[in-house]
Design a protein around this ligand. Sequence first.
Ligand code: HPA
Length: 271
Amino acid sequence: MTDNIAQATSIIASKIGDFTPDIGMILGSGLASLVDDVTDAIKISYDDLPGFPSHGAGAVTGHGTNLIVGILGGQKVAILEGRKHYYEDGNPSAMRAPIEVLKAIGVSKMVVTNSAGSMDEKVLPANIMLINDHINYSGLNPLIGQAGDERFVDMSNAYDPELRKIMQGVAADNGIPLSEGVYVWYSGPSFETPAEIKMLRILGGDAVGMSTVPEVILCRYLGLDVVGLSCLTNMAAGMSDTKLSHNQTKQVAAIGAEKIKTLLKSFLLKL
Ligand code: HPA
């Protein structure tokens, strides 16, 4: 355990005592309102946790910067309100310390959420996609430089089939359409070109975004089970006339966030 991780873990322990969260979450752009429903919440600013992303110049609007520990859907949860992206300063391991710390405080399952562009013409903005696989189109990897044979992580079932089944079940119970598909990581921060989207669709992508993949690689490296949801905030470049912008992402994410809230609460109740 590095110094940062040991220190952050003991700072959190000093605030949450023997409360042991089982489920970790990472919230995407515009999804921070998910924490509103957490009860018995203890909020710790990333600024107080060594190794956690700071409120630096590259930070993205629409992302919170607290760790929230509490109860949601009857489960003990630890929620990372916002993430740091590769494009903020070129580090694919930017979320490594927070994920390692969640594991150190007891987390065994991770829910990752993001906003993404839909590359499936049948799945329109404000809908939610369950990620069933990903394409690491960036070619970057947070484990480059990692020593030891554990770095050769099996990514075959990176998005846990059992957890996906549960999520599909609660989507049906709640009457929320939930498509399933492949998330492609493009580095950002510029959006993709229409030609790039045409290529990514041919390659088998269903949604495109600027995050999540390096986090999932780290989760699997650490042995955490993963379930991932994309809030589709727009049709990907070239697939509609809507101009792409971060403002647009945040606005539509707010609509999708309500669906994700319902899904997550029901999902947690079923675990
Ligand atoms: N591309 C990449 N990231 C995104 C998009 C997109 O179209 N929409 C929201 N995040």
